[in-house]
Ligand binder design. Structure first.
Ligand code: NAD
Ligand code: MG
Length: 394
């Protein structure tokens, strides 16, 4: 039996992971579940899964969960706080860790899992964006296994030869990685209407059901910008070797172009249970409960280059990756602040790239040589972004 910790169990990825795990009770055992503050949802999950540990990042919520579990699941040990998230990612009885906390909050427990040499199923792309160099070093030094959950990166992984990590992409004959993007809900919205769009409109993704932060990132295409950075670290490549391709149907999840003219792609329904099942079972395959892809129903596939005027976040992300060091942590932090402010109704959708650009322009960049430096860059960028927003509002 494979012992599993799910970081971010109450989220979209967490719930989809449990859906796949439920189909294979003979293979996987849930050791620990974690969440931020949704103790009601967590109580339901604990009653169903009876894990050894349940962690709430928020201390008050942990108290409420403890109370709720007294009758429903008394054997579950409830822990609280950030350190406990990392603790349950490193338990000896845990083999695989699903890293599905959203945002910078996921960095420390995800890194802890890598340092403990676990198989890390990585959904939390922000961890790689913030500190890709440190993270990949930890993976290699501690013999961890890193399997991408992000559908695009999982697709690329599936289209690469099994030894690509050892040989590198160039030696494997890879010329380019083609990352597909739906373009989100505002792909065709007139540009002068973008300033008025609401959080609910931004979260109504045409093809995928996702948490609110990543949904807004998809609408600005910052998500694809973060994914270019993620791909650079995962596959040891550069933005020059990555092409973003708008593909509104989200059926082709990404492609790899080889020097002999072959282009390999992974296709399927836009359902996160496919990459989750792939990474859980790799190198084997297990059923995921995903509907069969009916090519006759799909009928056509469209591809376009992205419009950089409509999606300035794509350029900002590529620029930050080019600058290197702590610039990508600054980009991520500013974006998290801007998205939270937009979701709270305090800034406009079109302010998001402005906040990110202004923060990048105002923060000094350093080599990202330690976790302390990365976390300090994150804190400083959040302050700068908040000051910029306050000054603009004044
Ligand atoms: P979500 O908002 O649905 O869930 C987030 C989870 O993280 C919840 O369990 C929440 O309790 C937990 N969390 C939030 N803040 C926390 C904090 N401060 N401390 C501890 N836990 C905290 O998000 P999601 O859509 O499941 O996305 C999770 C991650 O996966 C993100 O990094 C996202 O970019 C990535 N991802 C998601 C999808 C998708 O289809 N949903 C696809 C690719 C990648
Ligand atoms: Mg993705």
């Amino acid at each position: 039996m494979i012992g599993l910790t799910i970081l971010g169990a109450t989220g979209t990825i967490g719930v989809n992971t449990l859906d796949v795990v439920a189909r294979h009770p003979d293979r996987y055992r849930v050791v620990a579940l974690t969440a931020n503050s949704d103790h009601g949802r967590m109580a339901e999950l604990c009653a169903k899964w009876q894990p050894e540990y349940a962690v709430m990042a928020d201390v008050d919520s942990a108290g409420q969960l403890r109370e709720a579990l007294k009758s429903r699941a008394p054997a579950v040990q409830v822990l609280a706080g950030e350190a406990a998230l990392a603790e349950v990612a490193c338990l000896p009885q845990v083999d695989y860790v699903m890293a599905a906390i959203v945002g910078a909050a996921g960095l420390l427990p995800t890194l802890a899992a890598a340092r403990a040499g676990k198989r890390v199923l990585l959904a939390n792309k922000e961890a790689l964006v913030m500190s890709g160099g440190l993270f990949m070093d930890a993976v290699h030094e501690c013999n961890a296994e890193l399997l991408p959950i992000d559908s695009e990166h999982n697709a690329v992984f599936q289209c690469l030869p099994p030894d690509h990590q050892r040989r590198g992409l160039a030696a494997a004959g890879v010329e380019r990685v083609l990352l597909t993007a739906s373009g989100g809900p505002f792909r065709e919205t007139p540009l002068d209407e973008l300033a008025q769009v609401t959080p609910d409109q931004a979260c109504a993704h045409p093809n995928w059901v996702m948490g609110r932060k990543i949904s807004v990132d998809s609408a600005t295409m910052m998500n694809k910008g973060l994914e270019v950075i993620e791909a650079c670290w995962l596959f040891d490549t550069t933005p020059a070797h990555i092409q973003v391709v708008l593909h509104p149907q989200s059926v082709v999840h990404s492609l790899v172009q080889y020097c002999d003219g072959s282009v390999l792609a992974e296709l399927g329904h836009p359902d996160m249970r496919t990459p989750i099942a792939h990474a859980l079972a790799w190198p084997e395959r297990v059923s995921a409960g995903v509907e069969v892809l009916d090519l006759f129903a799909v009928a056509r596939l469209d591809f376009q280059p992205p419009d950089m005027t409509r999606f300035p976040c794509l350029h900002l992300a590529a620029q930050a990756m080019h600058t290197g060091g702590t610039a990508t942590a600054v980009l991520n932090a500013a974006n998290e602040v801007a998205v939270a402010e937009f979701l709270a109704g305090r800034i406009r959708f079109t302010d998001i790239p402005r906040v990110v650009e202004a923060t990048l322009a105002n923060e000094s960049v350093q080599p990202a040589t330690s976790l302390e430096i990365v976390l300090a860059a994150d804190t400083s960028a959040r302050n700068t972004a908040r000051v910029f927003i306050r000054e603009q509002a004044a």
